[in-house]
Design a protein around this ligand. Structure first.
Ligand code: ZN
Length: 383
């Protein structure tokens, strides 16, 4: 039976498409008629994809060829998750040093590069192909449908406006693809924004964590925000670290009388990796495109589900600038349980409450947080 959850169903379909387009993959599944994907199919898929990705980056990326040769990693000898766990980590510093060494295709194939500004003023660049960005749109659209958004609903996006193929653009496309009515109002003055919310009456508001938290704190002394009738607020993590704590969730939910949902996606990983459903049992991972590990923050040894450590991800589908065992510095844990929303095969991660101290204090040029600071009309409040 196909999954009853639109997000999980999309992940399964995405995996099935990959299997059908790869002969070795089909043999691995013994030409099984994949009407549905089981947990063990998913494990097979992830291991096969990791092996394939290791060979791919060794052949095409200067950075990984050098890294593997220096550490005597032979791609053909990576045959299990344990073998894969021996590959050295990739860090933000590696990307900062020279992002072009990671490219596996010529620059003509890159549609968009995102810039992340470090605290010391240096820049990190992450590159995406058009297919990769379209896939991100698809995954966000499936996640929006998982939240029960349909053609009868209005979704308001409050990210700052930006150039084509930026974060705001991708989310706008995804909302339209989900069939909902979209109103994008930008990261404007909070009072003006609230007037628009009352006028638009959205079921779902999507924005960055700092903007939505600041907006709520500014408006709550003056207005009963519950009158707006908003049902769900999706707080995007943004590129800077903004913890989605229990108290922030309660504060937003109490103020608006809605569900406040968490999302996870670093810029390196392509912005949309894991999202919470309405049952709030952890953030369901897009396992068609990402393999997540959690390792002990000090020893870097792998940890079992439920144990808290540093999140490490590997991209399974990216062809332009794949990343292998990327250190996020974000602290979380893996959840390997089914959820009431219908998700039964995908793993989840716990919300990110802290970042390792030596973590990168990066901030994106696209982050609404910076934009807010520039708006003189708003009193900026730090928390
Ligand atoms: Zn769920």
């Amino acid at each position: 039976m196909p999954s009853s959850n639109p997000f999980e169903e999309w992940v399964h379909q995405s995996i099935m498409r990959k299997i059908h387009s790869d002969k070795a993959f089909q043999e691995l599944f013994k030409n099984k008629d994949l009407k549905d994907i089981t947990k063990s199919d998913l494990e097979k898929y992830k291991l096969y994809s990791l092996k394939k990705m290791v060979r791919y980056v060794y052949e095409r990326s200067i950075f990984y060829k050098r890294l593997f040769e220096k550490n005597r990693i032979i791609p053909e000898e990576i045959n299990s998750f344990e073998d894969f766990g021996k590959i050295p980590f990739t860090t933000a510093k590696d990307v900062l040093k020279d992002p072009y060494l990671f490219l596996c295709i010529t620059q003509d194939g890159i549609l968009r590069g995102f810039t992340i500004e470090e605290a010391d003023g240096k820049f990190r660049r992450i590159f995406f192909t058009m297919d990769e960005l379209l896939n991100i749109i698809d995954s966000i659209s499936a996640a929006i449908r998982m939240l029960g958004i349909s053609s009868n609903d209005v979704v308001q996006i409050v990210f700052p406006f930006e150039a084509q193929w930026g974060c705001n653009y991708l989310v706008e496309k995804a909302v339209r693809q989900a069939g909902a009515e979209l109103v994008s109002t930008g990261s404007i003055d909070f009072e003006e924004q609230y007037k628009k919310v009352l006028d638009i009456k959205p079921k779902l508001i999507i924005g960055s964590n700092p903007y939505l938290v600041n907006m709520t704190r500014t408006l709550i002394p003056k207005y009963d925000l519950r009158k707006a009738g908003v049902k769900i607020m999706l707080l995007s993590r943004g590129c800077e670290f903004h913890p989605f704590t229990k108290s922030i969730r309660e504060e937003i939910e109490r103020a608006w009388g809605c569900k406040a949902l968490d999302h996870y996606g670093t810029m390196e990983a392509g912005m949309a990796n894991a999202i919470e459903c309405l049952y709030q049992n952890g953030l369901h991972i897009n396992e068609a495109d990402f393999y997540y590990e959690v390792v002990d923050a000090k020893s870097k040894e792998p940890l079992a589900p439920g144990e808290e450590g540093e999140l490490i991800f590997t991209t399974l589908s990216r062809v332009g600038m794949p990343l292998i065992r990327f250190r996020t510095k974000d602290v979380s844990y893996i959840i390997n349980k089914s959820c009431n929303c219908g998700v039964s095969t995908l793993r989840s991660i716990g919300g990110i409450k802290k970042k390792l101290k030596n973590g990168s204090q990066s901030r994106s040029l696209l982050d609404s947080f910076n934009l807010i600071k520039r708006l003189k009309s708003i009193k900026f409040k730090k928390w």
